[in-house]
Design a protein around this ligand. Structure first.
Ligand SMILES: *Cc1c(COP(=O)(O)O)cnc(C)c1O
Length: 380
């Protein structure tokens, strides 16, 4: 699904030198590399504060802790996403409220959010799923109207540009009150282990978050709030510093591969290609950068999706099903409050979706082989 080795070959010298420098310096925790990376990511994202932490799940949890959400507060998020999002809501004894997604962009459905808002609702967590920016204009408007926090789960969307109604472009993760991301190796900006970060433009919240990630300490050995131990290793920061300057090129390579996939699938019955959004329909144009294709995900509407997975595996083509089970049907998160009729899109998508190999090193020959194999199977 990903080719981390191929990507490493291109940046090997710099990564090796930087990592060795960290080892020589022995500044393993919160060393200068972490601070430099923080500044460089702030500049890249155009966000005032980046707070590095240990992983993307912690980033979400710490964001919610920093906002002071209380047990029983309701937090709305998508039924169709990775479990980390709902996991931290439940862990903090907040009440997860899962809602359906949009069949075209796979992101949280705005009408479903509206229906789910109650007097107890305190926050919305949009996920920029598969790398495509959620409809942030509508979400921020709803949040303002109902006095809610917006926490962007940007684990899959780093580098994506959201174009708002007035035409301004802004990087995802810096639009809501707080945002989070993951540097898990296979993410668009991945390190060589675990890593994550929280983003905010709010000075006071940033200060709170910096304490929470470090045992609730603002002054050494003075613990003002309950915190956690969640820090980004200096070695991981060194890897990320080597990769960040390439992020736009990496994302462009992903979009380029996505465009080739979609061109090959164009007009094939029984395959729905992912939308590129941009409010112009199915655009995966050269200039459009609102989708960074963390995953390239098809809907297989006529053939048997599971049989296709098996067929691709038999032809040594990796593929993935993200996600096979809606969160509201997972044992840990099932709840009598939920009504099946409210999840018709997610219930359908879990049967149809398949993600093809997507990374920065895909070449034309690989794409041709993959698309031909898929098309042959679907059309038979
Ligand atoms: C990967 C991911 C996370 C969690 O990140 P980790 O670094 O693995 O903890 C959270 N949300 C989404 C949508 C993700 O894809």
């Amino acid at each position: 699904m990903v080719d981390l080795k191929g990507q490493y070959e291109h940046i090997k010298e710099q990564v090796n030198t930087s990592v060795l420098d960290v080892i020589e310096s022995t500044a393993f925790i919160n060393g200068p590399e972490v601070q430099e990376f923080q500044k460089e990511l702030e500049a890249y994202l155009g966000v005032k504060h980046v707070i590095p932490c240990a992983n993307g799940t912690d980033a979400l949890q710490i964001a919610m802790m920093g906002l002071g959400l209380q047990p029983g507060d309701e937090v709305i998020t998508a039924d169709f996403t990775f479990a980390a999002t709902v996991e931290v809501i439940a862990l903090l004894q907040l009440t997860p409220v899962l809602v359906d997604v949009d069949p075209v962009n796979f992101n949280v459905d705005i009408e479903a959010i509206k229906k789910a808002i109650t007097p107890k609702t305190k926050a919305i967590v949009p996920v920029h799923l598969f790398g495509l920016a959620a409809n942030m204009d509508a979400i921020m408007e709803l949040a303002k109207e109902h006095n809610l926090y917006v926490i962007e789960d940007n684990a899959q969307g780093i580098g994506a540009n959201y174009t708002s109604k007035d035409g301004t472009k802004i990087k995802t993760g810096g639009i809501g009150h707080v945002g989070s991301t993951s540097f898990f190796p296979s993410k668009n900006l991945g390190c060589y282990g675990d890593g994550g970060a929280i983003f905010t433009n709010d000075d006071e919240l940033a200060h709170t978050l910096r304490g929470i990630v470090n045992h609730g300490m603002y002054v050494r050995y003075h613990h003002d709030v309950v915190g956690v131990n969640s820090r980004l290793d200096s070695i991981q920061a060194a890897v990320l510093r080597a990769k960040l300057p390439h992020l736009d090129a990496y994302n462009a390579a992903r979009r380029n591969a996505a465009r080739k996939y979609s061109q090959a699938f164009n007009g094939v019955e029984g395959i729905i290609v992912p939308t590129g959004f941009c409010d112009t329909g199915n655009c995966i144009c050269d200039v459009c950068d609102c989708h960074v294709f963390h995953q390239y995900t098809l809907r297989i509407t006529q053939a048997d999706r599971d049989a296709l997975v098996k067929h691709l595996n038999e032809h040594d083509i990796p593929c993935g099903v993200y996600y096979p089970i809606p969160l509201h049907l997972q044992k840990a998160y099932a709840d009598d409050r939920y009504n099946e009729a409210d999840f018709s899109v997610t219930n359908q998508l879990v049967k149809e979706v398949i993600s093809l190999p997507m990374h920065t090193e895909l070449d034309d020959e690989q794409i041709d082989f993959i698309t031909e194999t898929v098309i042959k199977f679907v059309s038979k």
